[in-house]
Design a protein around this ligand. Structure first.
Ligand SMILES: [Zn+2]
Ligand SMILES: [Zn+2]
Length: 404
């Protein structure tokens, strides 16, 4: 009798404390509602919904709490995009429980390591984690070809010759291909990507030397703006105006660059207000852009730094504001922008493959030298039982190498 009553009234017990009276009231055992936490892999996107996940919000040197720049945009049509892929963000990508095959598009705002430092890790690591499609990369040109994205990508492929050589004959290596799309950094709010109802435009940013840009993603009457590193600039204010979500750097305040990071005062002013955008400048930018939601990132977001940034921003901007931390999630529709934090599973395995794998191309296998092979201890007495076990589980008949 008591059990039946508890089952029926479980929502009441969670949501109405007054339903529990005295110490003898039964405790709730059902499913709590509205936890205000995002659990990756557990929520379907509505067809008209955009989900943005901050996977890197910190400064150039990553730290356990914050990787360098990376934002994931997922759309209700199934498309997924990375905007920057900075140092330290790769593990946060795994935390999203998205099979690698479905996250193959990366837009790089500029070639600072804190904005693409984990690209190689994601590219080549992804080939062992089931991406069977080429990795597609978009990035700006530079003032000369050597400063452009295509040059950097070609050298990245050269840099990882050994890594590629180890994998090509051992696994299905289709994911090791790169599709490189370099576009002029002067692109002035014109499309660099148009597929599947999604338009992504680029416009210039002002940061260090020519070759930093910002992006706008337009889909389903929603506008997402991702600002690459920049000083306040006219393009952002013109093109981001009225966006649904406008992300822009809000660098560590110059006072904190001195007190926390050991900058000399003039260094802090140059870096914090000329090469980058200080919180006070961010506020001014957003007061002119007037987005539905302004998102600041690119600083160590802590209990003592966030209030400094917020105070500076609020001198000029009084609209909706989020100062991003890693794993902050934004669900965007025309009716609502919901901001939550993710609950992260530290033990997550990358998602298993959804597509069938091909047998590796053994012709690509690079043989070891006789010298190294001469040192191999084969220990058949322990390896043969491993083969026997696998053969028994999977009904196969694999033999130890050299025993065919
Ligand atoms: Zn930069
Ligand atoms: Zn940066």
């Amino acid at each position: 009798m008591a059990v039946a009553a508890l089952t029926v009234d479980i929502d009441v017990h969670f949501n109405d404390v007054s339903a529990q009276s005295g110490t003898s009231a039964p405790s709730p055992t059902g499913v709590a509602k509205n936890l205000e936490v995002y659990y990756p892999g557990t929520e379907a996107l509505d067809p008209d919904e955009m989900r943005i996940v901050a996977l890197g919000t910190g400064m150039p040197s990553p730290r356990p709490k914050q990787a360098a720049a990376c934002f994931l945009v997922e759309l209700g049509n199934g498309d997924k995009f990375f905007f920057d892929i900075g140092a330290g963000c790769h593990e946060r990508i795994a935390a999203q429980k998205i099979p690698y095959d479905f996250i193959d598009k990366v837009f790089i705002s500029h070639l600072h390591v804190d904005h693409y430092g984990d690209l190689a890790s994601f590219w080549l690591g992804g080939t062992t984690m089931n991406r069977l499609t080429p990795l597609r990369i978009w990035g700006p040109s530079g003032h000369t070809p050597e400063y452009g994205t295509a040059y950097a990508m070609a050298r990245m492929q050269e840099m990882y010759v050994w890594d590629i050589g180890t994998r090509a004959g051992f696994i299905d290596f289709r994911g090791g291909q790169l599709e490189i799309n370099e576009f002029p950094y002067e692109t002035d709010n014109e499309a660099i990507f148009e597929e599947n109802g999604v338009v992504i435009k680029s416009f210039p940013a002002i940061h260090a030397i020519d070759g930093s840009v910002s992006f706008i993603l337009e889909w389903n009457d929603l506008t997402f703006v991702y600002g690459g590193d920049t000083a306040p600039n006219k393009w952002y204010i013109e093109y981001a105006k009225g966006a649904d979500v406008a992300i822009h750097e809000s660098f560590l305040d110059p006072t904190l660059l001195v007190s926390k990071q050991g900058f000399a005062p003039l260094e802090a002013l140059n870096v914090g207000t000329v090469a980058h955008t200080s919180p006070a400048q961010f506020g001014k930018v957003m007061s002119l852009v007037k987005p539905r939601l302004a998102v600041g990132y690119h600083f160590q977001n802590d209990f003592d730094t966030e209030p400094v940034a917020r105070k500076e921003i609020r001198k000029t901007y009084d609209g909706e504001l989020a100062l991003a931390q890693d794993y902050m999630v934004f669900n965007v529709t025309k009716d609502e922008i919901r901001v939550r934090m993710s609950a992260i599973d530290e033990d997550i395995f990358p998602s298993p493959p959804l597509k069938p794998k091909n047998a590796p191309d053994v012709s690509k296998m690079i043989p070891m030298s006789d010298f190294v092979r001469s040192g191999h201890l084969t220990f058949p007495e322990v390896v043969q039982p491993i083969y026997d076990n696998i053969n028994e589980i999977y009904g196969t008949d694999y033999k130890l190498p050299g025993e065919d």
